[in-house]
Design a protein around this ligand. Sequence first.
Ligand SMILES: Cc1cc2nc3c(=O)[nH]c(=O)nc-3n(C[C@H](O)[C@H](O)[C@H](O)COP(=O)(O)OP(=O)(O)OC[C@H]3O[C@@H](n4cnc5c(N)ncnc54)[C@H](O)[C@@H]3O)c2cc1C
Length: 457
Amino acid sequence: MVTDDVIEELRRIVGSDSVLASYEDLYCYSRDASWYSGMPEVVVRPHSTEEVSKVLKLANSLKIPVVPQGGRTNLTGGAIPIRGGIVIDMTGMNRIIEISKINMICIVEAGVVLGVLEKELAKHGLFWPPDPASTDSATIGGILAEGAGGLRGAKYGTTRDWVLGLEVVLPTGDVINTGSATLKWSTGYDLTRLFIRSEGTLGVITKAILKLRPLPEAIVRMTAFFNRLEDVGVAVGKVWEAGVVPLIMELLDRGAIRSVNSYLNLGLPDVEAMVIIDVDGVKGEVEKQASRVEKILMEAGAFDVKTALTKEEMDKLYLARRSAYPSLFRVFKKTAIPDDTCVPISKLPEALRRAKEISDKWGVYTIFIGHIGDGNMHPVFCVDVADPKEVDKALKCYEEICRMVLSLGGTIAAEHGIGIVKSKLIEEECGGKAMEIMKAIKRVFDPNNIMNPDKWV
Ligand SMILES: Cc1cc2nc3c(=O)[nH]c(=O)nc-3n(C[C@H](O)[C@H](O)[C@H](O)COP(=O)(O)OP(=O)(O)OC[C@H]3O[C@@H](n4cnc5c(N)ncnc54)[C@H](O)[C@@H]3O)c2cc1C
């Protein structure tokens, strides 16, 4: 329990202005982008690794739960302090410490917002490949702790492939450094990867060494239109089979298109499904690649493929994709429960068809906004969270889709983590023995179970 004495001690550690304990302040930290909530007892906003260490040492000695938070854009309830305790708001630790073009790395504090980093990197002609659609709010610490992916996952995978090392404060207050600022590294166990997608259950990430890439010289953006959702799955497979690696392939189905149109008045065509495709590379080559992709898509079932001819057109398409999920809240005035299942590309047509059938069976209005190029379908269930019957129905539909995906060799969590929403299902994917090992790892790092307790581990 957080007593007045604890709050006083926290004030001594981080300064009075950086400790929040009023109801109004605490309420702001009780939500993330999921539909769950839980009030912390106190919020601290540290400015340095040393302060994080002192906060954790104090919490550990008194067995007070601690939940690190970044931008609170988490979609699975992972950032919710369900047992009260201390929330550590990392957004004050937001320094970009180093950008090195020759080493192709940057070193940043965990609270740096990705959108801010992207702008700084662009000045050096560089970028960091992971790009969740929440770029303007999500922090590097949250992105790493979540193992987030994003639009460029088709070509670049997720966060785990783009982190070289971390500074982490353990629940005991000890500070460890994992990995190395080198492009290769094979010393001992890969603790860096252990912290990626640990969802704040093992320690607080305070710094990260990120691996960078040069910005592509040219990008061609296309849109392909389809009459049937499952044909999108076929087309994605054909693109991969042809040996083309697109930068992004993003699906918006009819529901998503209508939602974005009525939110932003973008005038996108009212079709069953559209896919936004980027191919990147050097000028001259990239155009050839694009016309190859266009041919493949037409042969694979698209009824039209258009190329964006101006920067404005390209930006409009990106805006459409990035706004698709937030637009649902505006348009339907309901909460959207996003699913994060992913299947091998060869199973995409079947998975899309069956996901739609399952949603229809449960009578849940479902919209597909997927990173479809990497098999990540993202059906989103539009329900009224104030109505427990609707939520119950949506969650049953969600579970059935997860089980269908597992039966196809897929995963229940491609990039949004487990959080609260999938804690019931994780064992079905990983198996009992693997869960035992995960729990044992948790005990090694966090014997008093103070870090983000009562979640999935
Ligand atoms: C509109 C929208 C679009 C999105 N699109 C995508 C997408 O395309 N791809 C994708 O992968 N995700 C997406 N997300 C989900 C979300 O943006 C990501 O999960 C993001 O990585 C979370 O970052 P954050 O800073 O908001 O973290 P938070 O939500 O604050 O925290 C996420 C988790 O990390 C832990 N945590 C936070 N900071 C630290 C730290 N420093 N050390 C240890 N643990 C920490 C928290 O305890 C929590 O468990 C989207 C979300 C929204 C709202």
